[in-house]
Design a protein. Structure first.
Ligand SMILES: NC(=O)c1ccc[n+]([C@@H]2O[C@H](COP(=O)([O-])OP(=O)(O)OC[C@H]3O[C@@H](n4cnc5c(N)ncnc54)[C@H](OP(=O)(O)O)[C@@H]3O)[C@@H](O)[C@H]2O)c1
Length: 262
């Protein structure tokens, strides 16, 4: 990749930065579609976030920046505007820098998640969905599933109070979906979504027992690495369709490309 004065520049703000892969994925994506856009990770401490964001406002060749742990919530109050979607989710993961330096935040986890599902020919509409986890990504996927018209959404989270709070919030926004929280038997659902990090390490426990699911269940694990988690492996052994986190990530790349051009 040749970065010149004509290149559009993006960043990914994180602390720590050593886990950041989005910059490489964005660079590969933009290079693949022939766009002169270059992205670099930026190590930014939480106490310096405001200073860095204000500096980016002054950088005329910057078109936007990704935001990851631990800045996704704190960034919101530093921006000029956030999309309705980001406001509903309560977190931003991508910011567009307009030509006049204004900064607009969005959350692309939710549409990326749904696009990944649809790329495999599935929709959450009318489905019974079991979601494992209620963290940052889980909040986006739960709202996405309900907004897509799921019949039922069950949220199982290690911290049950947190799972319950998310269920209450989603239910209030989407009354047509029956939303609840607590442990659940996987076989009672059409779509199982893992939003916990369980599966990133080989020694991790399974996020849910799927020994009784049938081949009609779809298992969507949003973990990107490894591309096939233990959960997906076990699901495949039962003949089910599995979707990995790359589908969600790839969809977000296309969404970023559109977002920075608006
Ligand atoms: N594919 C994509 O585009 C994409 C996008 C975003 C995130 N992700 C992936 O999604 C995963 C979660 O990210 P996040 O930002 O949502 O993290 P997060 O905010 O830290 O939330 C993690 C969630 O997993 C639960 N959890 C964590 N460790 C657990 C354990 N040992 N046992 C059971 N539950 C556990 C947490 O439960 P408690 O509430 O009890 O702590 C929480 O609900 C990561 O693997 C991340 O890489 C993928």
């Amino acid at each position: 990749m040749e970065i010149t004065g004509h290149s559009k520049i993006m960043f990914v703000l994180a602390d720590p930065v050593d886990h950041v892969r989005a910059s490489a994925v964005l660079n590969a994506y933009f290079s693949g579609i022939g766009e002169d856009v270059a992205t670099s990770p930026l190590a930014v401490l939480p106490q310096d976030l405001g200073t860095v964001v204000n500096a980016i406002r002054l950088m005329g060749n910057v078109v936007g920046f990704g935001v990851t742990i631990p800045h996704k919530v704190a960034i919101m109050q530093l921006l000029d505007d956030v999309t309705d979607r980001a406001g509903m989710i309560g977190a931003v993961n991508f910011v567009r820098r307009c030509q006049d330096g204004r900064l607009v935040g969005d959350n692309l986890d939710a549409p990326g998640f749904l696009a990944g599902l649809s790329a495999h020919g599935f929709s959450a509409a009318g489905k019974r969905v079991l979601q494992l986890g209620a963290g940052g990504a889980g909040r986006a996927t739960a709202l996405a599933v309900a907004q897509a018209g799921a019949a039922e959404l069950r949220i199982s989270n290690r911290d049950q109070a947190r799972g319950h709070a998310l269920a209450v919030a989603v239910q209030a926004l989407f009354p047509a979906t029956q939303v609840s929280a607590g442990p659940a038997a996987a076989e009672a659902f059409d779509l199982i979504v893992n939003t916990t990090p369980l599966g990133m390490k080989a020694a991790d426990a399974m996020p849910v027992d799927i020994s009784n699911i049938t081949s009609s269940t779809v298992v969507y694990d949003i973990i990107v690495n490894p591309p096939v988690t233990r959960l997906m492996d076990a699901a495949r052994a039962r003949g089910t369709v599995t979707i990995g986190g790359k589908a969600m990530l790839d969809a977000q790349m296309a969404l970023v490309a559109t977002f920075i051009k608006r």
